[in-house]
Write a protein that binds this ligand. Structure first.
Ligand code: C2E
Ligand code: MG
Ligand code: MG
Ligand code: MG
Length: 279
């Protein structure tokens, strides 16, 4: 009996150890097939104009529909994708799906534009990105001017970023600097990369009422943006107080759960009818 119980305990131990380790390992194993099978999809979060509070744009945010664990967020699987050098394969999916969604919204009379996130690894490895983007907008009948590419300070520090951004601009795409204030890029990057929008990271918005310093910081970013002719979006707006202060400071656009959580293209289209100005 002792022997049996002992064996049992060993089994139990091994099982729980593998349970704890398996999620990331399994995601790593399953990701290539998930991409091929279309389990990677896109949700969209509205972005509002700060003065009218009507929806003017949406950001495409990637998700993985896992057969066992349901909807996975990018925070969980993008690091795994990066490690496996699979970011370009994911971005290709996002580009196709998001631009065809944009085309559908515009055909139904919604005057929305689209933001897409591009990672540092895309800058490195996705050599056909601009061609794929150009083909997607041409095939769907939307204008490159209606598509904004969000890059982080980290992406801009990639060797290939300068050429990538220059080509994107030449083709008419807009460039936004995402998560502003969380990276290591210098202010010189704003000019060098023809950035037209700064997105203030939500960690700053979240701290707005905890310390007056953060209000001054956002005012300073706003003044800088004004001098350089840049638009500013604040991310992560959740409360009426944050909204009021950000509007008073003069931020151009607001994004956050207060205006809508990321949703499917069709759900967004239904709700958008009541929140957007006609095309
Ligand atoms: P991000 O580009 O800064 O996107 C905004 C993130 O903040 C989204 O998280 C969004 O759901 C979340 N968010 C928006 N409003 C609020 C709010 O009011 N409160 C809080 N707490 N959060 C809010 P998500 O979708 O989990 O994406 C996280 C990050 O993953 C993104 O940050 C972006 O860096 C990356 N990501 C998402 N989709 C893609 C993609 O298609 N390609 C690449 N390269 N990166 C992506
Ligand atoms: Mg973004
Ligand atoms: Mg952001
Ligand atoms: Mg952010």
């Amino acid at each position: 009996r002792a022997k049996r119980r002992g064996r049992h305990q060993v089994c139990f131990y091994r099982e729980s150890l593998s349970d704890a380790m398996s999620r990331a390992d399994r995601l790593r194993n399953e990701l290539p097939r998930a991409i091929a099978r279309g389990e990677i999809y896109v949700v969209y979060q509205p972005i509002v104009d700060a003065s009218t509070l009507s929806w003017v744009s949406v950001e495409a945010l990637v998700r993985w529909r896992h057969k066992e664990w349901g909807e996975l967020s990018p925070g969980e699987f993008l690091p795994i994708a990066e490690e496996a050098r699979l970011m370009p394969a994911i971005t290709r999916r996002v580009v196709e799906e998001a631009i065809s969604s944009l085309a559908k919204w515009r055909q139904s009379g919604l005057s929305l534009t689209l933001s897409l996130n591009i990672s540092a690894q895309d800058c490195q490895l996705y050599g056909d990105l601009v061609d794929d983007l150009s083909r997607a907008v041409a095939e769907c009948g939307v204008k490159p001017e209606d598509v904004e590419i969000e890059l982080t300070e980290q992406s801009l520090m990639e060797h290939a970023a300068e050429e990538l951004v220059r080509t994107l601009c030449e083709r008419g795409f807009r460039i936004a600097l995402d998560d502003f204030g969380t990276g290591y890029a210098s202010l010189a990057y704003l000019r060098r990369f023809q950035v037209t929008r700064i997105k203030i990271d939500r960690s700053y918005v979240a701290r707005l009422y905890t310390n007056e310093y953060y209000e001054r910081l956002i005012r300073a970013v706003m003044a800088l943006a004004h001098e350089l002719g840049l638009d500013v979006t604040a991310e992560g707006v959740e409360t009426a107080e944050q909204e009021a202060l950000l509007r008073a400071i003069g931020v151009n656009r607001l994004q956050g759960f207060r205006y809508g959580r990321p949703a499917s293209a069709s759900a967004l289209q239904e709700v958008a009818a009541g929140h957007t100005d006609p095309l």
